[in-house]
Design a protein around this ligand. Structure first.
Ligand SMILES: *Cc1c(COP(=O)(O)O)cnc(C)c1O
Length: 386
């Protein structure tokens, strides 16, 4: 539990926020691999930086407090965090995944964990009856993303957690798109939250990192053991960068969301646009559920242009908005899920889950919304096939 009622304050003062020895208002970068021991078995709390490092520990305490968990763990990437969490499973176990799960998560299960006979099924977490029917004897965990990438599909986390727990499943929520400022999955019943902190938490597109937060002491012991054994830990400098990014999360998110709402409304009214996917639009799938479990619709939008627009020309004509993988940074980015973030999902599965070749994903940054929309407007105009 956080000692702060308001997340805005916890972002800045949560976890271990100052250096006890000197009073420095930032936790220093403890750039060390090892620690002097005062005698055999006489350590000062640290022995080796894979096992524990004060800068990483400050970050881990911070994210645990923000998500309302028992313990936090920092990893070298979001995928390293997911790998550690999935390492809780044993051969023969099966994981259910939301149908729009991040491409890398799909690939990890489809191409790596399958070596260890850990199986997966793509589940419909938006339909509780269908979902429950997919829980076979061997299913031990579920990975939910809400909203899920790239169609911004909303899952009722609380309802899915309840059904899952009835069958003894471990409920894992990838909270990358929302962050604890907008959504707290552990409060909704999840057992583990994971993040690609590369995205909104870092917020400046300058560090690759992952986080995991667990809800029980038992899970904390297991993940600590796995983290130390498999070793995908976050470096001290990157831990510092992430703490620095997290301090401004609330103000950044407020502007991200303000801009995203404007952009979604603009796109919805545009004659060139066929579909807009954004949980902040009242007409969107899961709008009411999202309102209940999250503060707002976040800052990720997907949309499709009508057939008489050439999306290649659209991407090439953008000047301010960059065509790039990733999301959640201060700068606006667009991507083409079918060939970029979701390329590792086979074409037939992509088609089945609605990731069309015409889909465009927009990570709305915190620039002036007028400038963002002007750039999109001129690129759409150039993309029209006359
Ligand atoms: C980017 C991303 C990941 C992977 O994180 P990395 O930091 O790139 O390893 C996982 N889940 C979601 C939702 C993501 O957007």
């Amino acid at each position: 539990m956080s000692k702060f009622t308001n997340t805005e304050t916890a972002l800045i003062h949560g976890g271990i926020s100052i250096d006890e020895r000197t009073g420095a208002v930032n936790v220093p970068i403890y750039q060390t691999s090892t620690y002097k021991q005062d005698g055999l078995g006489k350590m000062r709390g640290y022995e080796y930086s894979r096992t524990g490092n004060p800068t990483r520990e400050a970050l881990e305490a911070l994210i645990a407090e923000l998500e309302g968990g028992v313990a936090g763990f920092a990893f070298a990437s979001g995928m390293a965090a997911l790998t550690a969490v999935l390492s809780l499973l044993h051969s023969g176990d099966r994981v259910l995944i939301s149908s729009n799960v991040y491409g890398g998560t799909f690939r990890l299960l489809n191409k790596v964990f399958d070596h260890f006979a850990i199986n997966y099924t793509i589940a419909d977490t938006t339909d509780l009856e269908v979902y429950e029917s997919q829980i076979t004897e061997d299913v031990k965990a579920v990975i939910i993303e809400s909203p899920a990438n790239p169609l911004m599909t909303v899952t009722d986390i609380k309802a899915v957690a309840e059904v899952s727990h009835k069958h003894g499943l471990l409920v894992i929520v990838d909270n990358t798109f929302m962050t604890p400022y907008l959504q707290k999955p552990l409060e909704l019943g999840a057992d583990i939250v994971v993040h690609s902190a590369t995205k909104y938490l870092g917020g400046h597109s300058d560090v690759v990192s992952g986080l995991a937060v667990v809800s029980t002491k038992e899970l904390a012991e297991q993940i600590a053991f796995i983290q130390n054994s498999t070793g995908g830990v976050l470096a001290p400098f990157d831990s510092f960068l992430l703490i620095r990014g997290i301090k401004t999360l609330a103000v950044r998110m407020d502007r991200h969301v303000y801009n995203a709402q404007k952009a979604a409304e603009y796109l919805s009214a545009h004659k060139a646009v066929k579909n807009v996917y954004y949980p902040g639009l009242e007409s969107s799938q899961g709008y009411a559920i999202n309102r209940r479990q999250a503060k707002n619709g976040g800052s990720m939008i997907s949309f499709e242009l009508h057939e008489n627009y050439d999306i290649r020309v659209f991407f090439e004509s953008l000047e301010l908005v960059s065509l790039a993988e990733s999301l959640g940074g201060v700068e606006s980015l667009v991507c083409h899920p079918a060939t970029m973030t979701h390329a590792s999902i086979p074409a037939d599965i992509r088609k089945k889950v609605g990731i069309t070749d015409g889909l465009i994903r927009l990570s709305v940054g915190i620039e002036s919304i007028e400038d963002i929309l002007a750039d999109i407007e001129q690129a759409i105009a150039k993309a029209e096939i006359k």
